[in-house]
Ligand binder design. Structure first.
Ligand SMILES: C[S@@+](CC[C@H](N)C(=O)[O-])C[C@H]1O[C@@H](n2cnc3c(N)ncnc32)[C@H](O)[C@@H]1O
Length: 212
């Protein structure tokens, strides 16, 4: 199925209808396991954990399997339905909820760690700002955000908007310490063949960001 994949060159957020279409087919990011950079920093992750834009739940389930209290949210009901089914099949307890991550600021709940695998880069500049303001309310002081996003080193214009290292520092300039931003590769679903990204995996930034 061909679908509009991209906000790469337009400053707009990718909307819910587009994501619903993705979940009708092989979603490019859905690899049935966590992305490696999150596994590599597992020792830094403390409970409670929020997986924002959790999709079908692989990162939430990975951290639950490591004994963490985890909440996963996504605004696509089908993604949450699949995540709950995986949790039941694996005998894991995760609170999966249909929620819009742009409403984080209204929640009145806090987390020691937030996982963002591919959410930040779907937002327009304005929504990015709103999301970061919401994060500032839900991340505990000294808590951390672990974020993987499309890098400006990924060639082409397909997929979400590319993000520069500088943009990450700017987005989290106020009230946060960007502890590290490292180049990383993201694996893609091999069934998704409509677009070819970099050989060896999509080029991303993996950032660890501490709430002051
Ligand atoms: C690139 S996918 C990544 C999914 C998952 N984190 C992973 O790594 O497999 C982005 C996810 O964010 C969700 N999403 C996008 N905008 C959202 C929003 N405003 N609130 C909640 N979820 C959102 C999409 O439905 C999709 O599942």
């Amino acid at each position: 199925m061909i679908m509009p994949l991209s906000n790469a060159v337009v400053n707009c957020s990718i909307d819910r209808d587009t994501f619903e279409e993705f979940y009708a087919g092989p979603a490019p990011w859905d690899i049935d396991k966590p992305q490696k950079p999150f596994v590599a920093v597992a020792n830094l992750v403390t409970s409670p954990v929020l997986d924002a834009g959790c999709g079908t739940g692989e990162h939430a389930l990975f951290f639950a399997a490591h004994g963490h209290r985890v909440t996963g949210v996504d605004f696509v009901p089908e993604a949450i339905r699949r995540a709950r089914r995986k949790a039941a099949e694996r005998g894991l307890s995760v609170r999966f909820q249909v929620k819009d991550a742009l409403t984080l600021g209204d929640w009145g709940e806090q987390f020691a760690s937030v996982i963002d695998s591919g959410l930040f880069h779907v937002f327009s500049d304005d929504d990015r700002h709103r999301y970061v303001q919401g994060l500032a309310r839900v991340v505990e002081p000294d808590g951390r955000l672990f974020l993987m996003c499309f890098s400006d080193e990924e060639p082409g214009e397909e997929g979400p908007r590319r993000i520069s290292r500088q943009e990450l520092y700017e987005a989290f300039a106020d009230g946060w310490e960007v502890e590290s931003v490292q180049p990383a590769r993201a694996e893609l679903n091999p069934e998704f063949t409509e677009v070819k990204f970099s050989e060896g995996g999509l080029k991303t930034w993996f950032a660890v960001i501490r709430r002051k």
